[in-house]
Design a protein around this ligand. Structure first.
Ligand SMILES: [Zn+2]
Length: 433
C-alpha cells in the first residue's frame, strides 16, 4: 500500500508519457506481486496480474485518469470542468488533457463522456430534517420459501392499515438494451428509460424521485409508495447521503411535508403476484425501448465509474484470452479469485504451481550451462502439468491422495489444494517447487 499510493500520486498527469518511461514503474508493481506470491523471475507478468486480480499498471492508469474526470464531472463548480469537458481541443497545444481523455474514451468504445449527475448536499442539517418513514415489515418473508398466497395475504393485511391513502407502485428493470423504470399511480403511468450502464438502483431511485415530483400535483394528503428495492430504502437511512438521487429524494420529501403531504415508503417482495407490483414490473420492462418513456440520461458517478471498470476489465479479459499461459488453463477469467491455503509455505507452493513456473522445471534458466532438465523416468520436461497429472514416478502418491485428473480441478478449490499439499509432502517435492 505504501508503494501503490506513491505510484498513484500524480499518475493522472504523468501516465500518458512515453510507454518506455513507464517501464521502470511497471517493474515496481511486478516485483511487488512476485514478492507477494514468492514467484520466480521467469513467471509471466500477465499471469501475475491475473492471479492477483490486479489491473496491469497501464490499465490501472487508464482507470485512474477516467475516475479523476468523473470527480470533475460531478462537481459543477470545479474550475477544470469547462477546459476538460466542455472546451474544444486547442490545436496549439501538443497533447492537452481533453485530447488524451478523448483517446481514453475511444479505447473503451465510448463516443463521449457519459453525463454525470451533479453531487449535491442537503440544504438543511440532518437534525432539522424528518427521517423518511420506511416500512420493511414484509422483508421477513423469504421469497424462495414462502408461497405467493401467504405474501399476498400479508400484503392485503398491510394495505388495510392505509385505506385512505393513495397507493403508488414503482419498479425498475435492466436488460442488455438498457434500464427501464416505471411509476404506477391509480390514474397515471410514468415511464423512464436510462442508459445501459445505469444500475437498477439508479432506476429505482429515479422512480421514487419522479413519484414524489408527481405527488406534488396529486390531490390528497396521504400516500404510500410501494417498492421492491430494499437497497433504495436502505439508502434513505444515510444521515449524509453521497448518492445525489437520495439527496434529491430527501429534499423533495421535506418539501412535500411542508405542503402537509405525508408519504410512507413500503417494501414489498417482487414477482409474488401483487397486482400493483406486477403492473409496475411490466411497465418498467416496456419502458426500456418505449418511445413514450422520458429519457433520464445523467446517472450518479458510481454508475459511471462502474462502467469504466467493466469496460477496462473486458479489454483486459480479451488480452488474457489470447495469452498462451499455464495459468489460463486454471483461471480463464481475470476477475476470478482463486483460494489459497492459510500457511505462507502453502501459498507460495500453490501460487508457483498455478503460475506453472517451478524450481524443478525452470531453475536451469538461472544456471550457467542452461541445460533443460529431464524426468529420469519418463524422459520428458518435468513441467507442473507433467508432475501433477502424468509422471509415472508419482503415480502411487497421486492415487493415495486422490488427486483430481485435470489442472483446473487439482489447483482450483481449497479442498483440492489442501490435498495437493499433502501429495507434495509425501512425494518429497516440497523443495523442488
Ligand atoms: Zn515423469
Amino acid at each position: 500500500m505504501i508503494i501503490r499510493s506513491r505510484i498513484d500520486y500524480g499518475a493522472v498527469v504523468y501516465s500518458t508519457c512515453k510507454k518506455s518511461y513507464l517501464g521502470p514503474i511497471c517493474t515496481i508493481q511486478n516485483t511487488a506481486l512476485r514478492l507477494a506470491f514468492g514467484a520466480f523471475r521467469t513467471s509471466p507478468v500477465s499471469s501475475l496480474h491475473c492471479l492477483a486480480n490486479e489491473f496491469p499498471l497501464i490499465d490501472r492508469f487508464h482507470y485512474l485518469r477516467l475516475s479523476y474526470v468523473v470527480h470533475i464531472a460531478r462537481n459543477p463548480n470545479n474550475p477544470l470542468r469547462r477546459p476538460i469537458l466542455e472546451s474544444p481541443i486547442d490545436p496549439a497545444l501538443q497533447n492537452p488533457f481533453n485530447k488524451r481523455l478523448r483517446s481514453d474514451l475511444q479505447q473503451l468504445d465510448l463516443p463521449s463522456f457519459p453525463q454525470t449527475l451533479s453531487q449535491t448536499f442537503t440544504s438543511n442539517p440532518p437534525w432539522v430534517n424528518s427521517p423518511l418513514p420506511v416500512n420493511i415489515s414484509m422483508s421477513i418473508y423469504k421469497t424462495d420459501t414462502t408461497p405467493p398466497s401467504v405474501i399476498q395475504a400479508e400484503y392485503r393485511a398491510l394495505t388495510s392499515q392505509f385505506p385512505d391513502h393513495t397507493h403508488l407502485f414503482t419498479d425498475a428493470s435492466k436488460s442488455s438494451q438498457g434500464v427501464g423504470a416505471a411509476v404506477k399511480t391509480p390514474t397515471d403511468v410514468l415511464q423512464f428509460s436510462l442508459p445501459t450502464y445505469s444500475s437498477v438502483l439508479t432506476g429505482e431511485l429515479y422512480n421514487i424521485l419522479e413519484a414524489l415530483n408527481h405527488i406534488v400535483n396529486l390531490p390528497g394528503f396521504h400516500f404510500v409508495l410501494f417498492t421492491d428495492s430494499m437497497s433504495a430504502l436502505q439508502a434513505f437511512k444515510a444521515l449524509f447521503p453521497v448518492n445525489p438521487l437520495v439527496v434529491r429524494i430527501q429534499e423533495q420529501f421535506q418539501q412535500l411535508r411542508l405542503q402537509s403531504k405525508e408519504i410512507l415508503f413500503c417494501y414489498i417482495p417482487s414477482h409474488m403476484g401483487i397486482t400493483g407490483n406486477e403492473m409496475a414490473d411490466t411497465l418498467a420492462k416496456e419502458a426500456i425501448l418505449s418511445v413514450n418513456s422520458k429519457p433520464l440520461i445523467a446517472v450518479p458517478s458510481t454508475d459511471i465509474k462502474s462502467l469504466f471498470r467493466t469496460r477496462i476489465v473486458a479489454s483486459w479479459q480479451r488480452k488474457w484470452d489470447t495469452h498462451p499461459s499455464h495459468l489460463r488453463k486454471i483461471q480463464p477469467n481475470v476477475t476470478t479469485r482463486l483460494p489459497l491455503p492459510s500457511t505462507r509455505q502453502g501459498q507460495v507452493l500453490i501460487s508457483r504451481l498455478r503460475l506453472g513456473h517451478s524450481r524443478l522445471a525452470h531453475a536451469y534458466l538461472f544456471s550457467l550451462d542452461k541445460v533443460p532438465p529431464q524426468c529420469t523416468k519418463c524422459k520428458s520436461v518435468p513441467a507442473v502439468e507433467h508432475i501433477l497429472l502424468h509422471c509415472t514416478t508419482f503415480q502411487q502418491n497421486r492415487i493415495r491422495w486422490s488427486l483430481l485428473p485435470s489442472l483446473t480441478e487439482v489447483l482450483g478449490d481449497l479442498p483440492a489444494v489442501e490435498k495437493l499439499l499433502q501429495f507434495l509432502t509425501a512425494a518429497g517435492l516440497l523443495q523442488l517447487i
